[in-house]
Design a protein around this ligand. Structure first.
Ligand SMILES: Nc1ncnc2c1ncn2[C@@H]1O[C@H](COP(=O)(O)OP(=O)(O)OP(=O)(O)O)[C@@H](O)[C@H]1O
Ligand SMILES: [Mg+2]
Length: 225
C-alpha cells in the first residue's frame, strides 16, 4: 500500500550539512505495524513527516498505491493527507483555544466524505482513552499524559488508513502506556489500520511486525528475534 524509495532530506546549519534522512527505502503492507528505533537526532521525525506529506524530501518518492505523494498539488496533498493519514505528534499538538471534544472533531471538518467518516464517534474515542469527563475542558486544563491521550484519540477519527505516531506514549506512566498500546493494537487488528511508530519502548517493539533502526539518517532493518 505504501512504498518509500530513496528519500533524502538534509539541513544546512552554518557550514555544516546534516543528512537528516539519507536514502531511506522500505515497503509497508496494509495492516503492518512498523517500529522505528534510533538515537535522538537520527532523523526519525523528519522521515515520518516526509512520509506524512508535511516535509518535502529533496529526492525520492513516497507512493501510496499509485499516488506519488510529493507530485500532488498543494490542495490535493492536503486533501489526501486529511482523508488517509493521521498523526500522533511527538509534542502535544492540541489547539489551545478549542475544547477537547472540538479538538477531536476538528479533522472531520475538512473531510467531505462525511458518510463513511464516523465509525467511531469523537465521544466514544474519548471514552476509549478514559477522557469521557473531559469533553468540554481546554488542553491547558489537562495533564501532559491526558493531552497525549487526547492526541491518540484524535488519530483514530476519520478512519485513517495509516497512523504515523512519533513517540506516542512518551510521557505516560507504564499502566496508561500499556492501555494506549492495547488500543492501538486493537485498532490495528480490528480496523486494519496501519501503524508506523517511532519509539524507544521494547514492549511496543514486541507488538510490531516489522522493525527498523535509524542511525544518522540511514535506515536499516532490525532483527528482533
Ligand atoms: N527544521 C530543521 N532545521 C534544521 N535542522 C533540523 C530541522 N529539523 C531537524 N533538523 C536536524 O535533523 C536531524 C534529525 O532530526 P529529527 O528531528 O528528525 O531527529 P529524531 O530522530 O526525531 O530525534 P528525537 O529522537 O530527538 O526526536 C537533527 O540533527 C536535527 O537537528
Ligand atoms: Mg523526533
Amino acid at each position: 500500500m505504501l512504498e518509500i524509495t530513496g528519500i533524502r532530506k538534509s539541513y544546512k546549519i552554518g557550514k555544516d550539512i546534516i543528512k537528516a534522512v539519507d536514502n531511506a527505502s522500505f515497503k509497508v503492507e496494509k495492516g503492518d505495524s512498523i517500529m522505528i528505533f534510533g538515537h535522538s537526532g537520527s532523523g526519525k521525525t523528519t522521515m515520518l513527516s516526509i512520509i506524512g506529506g508535511l516535509t518535502k524530501p529533496e529526492s525520492g518518492t513516497v507512493k501510496y498505491g499509485d499516488t506519488d505523494l510529493w507530485s500532488l498539488t498543494d490542495n490535493d496533498l492536503s486533501e489526501f493527507r486529511n482523508k488517509r493519514i493521521n498523526f500522533i505528534f511527538q509534542f502535544s499538538s492540541l489547539i489551545p483555544t478549542l475544547s477537547i471534544l472540538e479538538n477531536i472533531i476538528l479533522p472531520t471538518a475538512f473531510n467531505k466524505t462525511a458518510d463513511r467518516r464516523q465509525k467511531f464517534e469523537a465521544k466514544d474515542l474519548l471514552s476509549m482513552v478514559g477522557l469521557q469527563d473531559k469533553l468540554h475542558v481546554y488542553p491547558s486544563q489537562l495533564s501532559g499524559g491526558q493531552q497525549r491521550r487526547a492526541a491518540i484519540a484524535r488519530a483514530f477519527i476519520n478512519n485513517p488508513e495509516i497512523i504515523l505516531a512519533d513517540e506516542p506514549t512518551g510521557d505516560l506512566d507504564e499502566e496508561t502506556e500499556a492501555e494506549m498500546l492495547a488500543l492501538c493494537k486493537q485498532m490495528n487488528l480490528e480496523q486494519g489500520i496501519t501503524f508506523l511508530i517511532v519509539t524507544h519502548n521494547t514492549d511496543i517493539a514486541k507488538q510490531c511486525n516489522k522493525h527498523f533502526v535509524m542511525n544518522r539518517g540511514i535506515l536499516t532493518p532490525k532483527d528482533m528475534s
